[in-house]
Design a protein around this ligand. Structure first.
Ligand SMILES: *Cc1c(COP(=O)(O)O)cnc(C)c1O
Length: 398
């Protein structure tokens, strides 16, 4: 592995499959459908594999929609806080489900839905914060994401009761009469979507579902599907799978709704690494190791969230302590402080854990720093170089 071009993301197919198998079990046991939220993990080389386990993808806009169409080729759901006219026209024929962030966006694009076979929904904001808040809380006061019950238009869904049977039937091959009917009228709103969790367990979903039910259940008789968003940390060892399955099953049966989950993190959680090299070791108020991987360029969540990623082989109270940083000019490009039992040497390789998610999709070429290569470890142990980057990739974006 020392011959591989440093730094590189290493995604382990076997670890990915372990997650996918668990997600498939949840879907089967609860009767819901599970989608990959591509914004967390878009390494499309793995999409044919993912397609064997999941029901489709959740996209955040046109380009993710296209990636899903080209490589995953199953249900293609999209939510964006704002579609432009041009973007909407392009996504419309590619998506199975389109979710709007407001009734004004729905009204703007409703005339274009005539003859479309897609299903349309509204993102709601149940105004129940189950997490610490900050930039990852869509229920924070003044949020831009989702319609609150105070601004919700229940009447937009009324008279949908007959449409409901129709949209159910649409899952099968549409009859001639149906497609003719669909041919002249705008599509109805047939679903709701919420996304309020972030790295949370099933108890947070339970709290959220109570709020959703309390506020929006008058609408349930007029819809056929409900998307419960992402943030379900299903593949984490302490996740309460049984509780999740029971919650979904009960909710689905009680309200007669098709349920979707769209986790991002949980799909590739702990399935990838970022391997890098120690370039230098300097002293200033303790030892600092400079790496060819950067927090600012290659793991921006370390600075944005912020958090300290784990390193294989580091330990809590090792004899040798270093602050690890990148080679960019950003003074705060520190990844964290780590201890080791042996001193680091220039040329040593370090392996950051859980680096498949929110890394490749978020990295950048600030300072012209090269992007890490992408390498896949196949289940037979073979390493495959999926992508290597260079000057052209830096230049091509400018
Ligand atoms: C971010 C996001 C997801 C995925 O969230 P994870 O925390 O990665 O599971 C799903 N749906 C929507 C609308 C999102 O914004």
């Amino acid at each position: 592995m020392n011959a591989l071009p440093s730094p590189y993301y290493l995604v382990d197919e076997g670890l990915l499959i372990k997650n996918l198998e668990l997600l498939r079990q949840v879907a089967d046991a609860s009767g819901c459908k599970i989608l990959l939220a591509q914004k967390a993990f878009s390494m499309y080389d793995t999409y044919p594999l993912i397609a064997q386990y999941l029901d489709g993808t959740a996209s955040s806009g046109l380009h993710e929609v296209m990636l899903s169409r080209d490589y995953l080729k199953k249900e293609n759901h999209v939510f964006s806080a704002g579609y432009s006219d041009e973007e909407f026209k392009k996504i419309l024929p590619l998506c199975s489900h389109i979710v709007f962030n407001s009734f004004s966006q729905w009204e703007r694009f409703k005339p274009l839905t005539v003859g479309s076979s897609a299903k349309f929904g509204i993102r709601i904001n149940p105004e129940i914060s189950t997490q610490g808040g900050g930039i990852y809380d869509p229920c924070a006061v003044g949020s831009r994401l989702g319609v609150t019950v105070g601004n919700f238009r229940f009447d937009e869904f009324e008279g949908n009761a007959h449409n409901r049977t129709q949209s159910r039937l649409r899952d099968d091959i549409p009859t001639k009469g149906q497609s003719e009917k669909r041919g002249c009228a705008p599509a109805p709103l047939s679903g709701l979507h919420f996304h309020t969790l972030c790295q949370q367990n099933a108890d947070a979903l339970e709290t959220t579902l109570q709020a959703v039910e309390e506020k929006f259940s008058p609408c349930f008789k007029n819809i056929s599907w409900l998307n419960m968003g992402g943030g379900h940390h299903i593949t984490r060892p302490d996740y309460d799978i049984q509780k999740l399955v029971t919650l979904i099953k009960n909710f689905r049966q009680k309200h007669n709704l098709e349920i979707y989950l769209e986790p991002g993190e949980a799909v590739a959680l702990n399935a990838g690494f970022l391997v890098c090299t120690v370039l230098d070791i300097i002293e200033n108020d303790g030892a600092i190791a400079i790496l060819d991987a950067s927090a600012a360029c290659h793991m921006p969540d370390v600075l944005e969230m912020p958090y300290t990623p784990r390193i294989l082989g580091s330990c809590e109270h090792g004899k040798y302590t270093y602050r690890l940083g990148g080679s960019t000019c950003l003074a705060g490009d520190f990844i964290g402080q780590y201890s080791f039992n042996e001193p680091l040497q220039i040329g040593d390789k370090l392996t950051f854990e859980d680096m498949a998610i929110y890394t490749m999709v978020k990295n950048n070429t600030f300072n012209g720093i090269n992007l890490p290569s992408i390498i896949k470890r196949r289940t037979n142990g073979e390493l495959q170089l999926v992508r290597r980057f260079g000057y052209e990739d830096f230049r091509g974006r400018l």
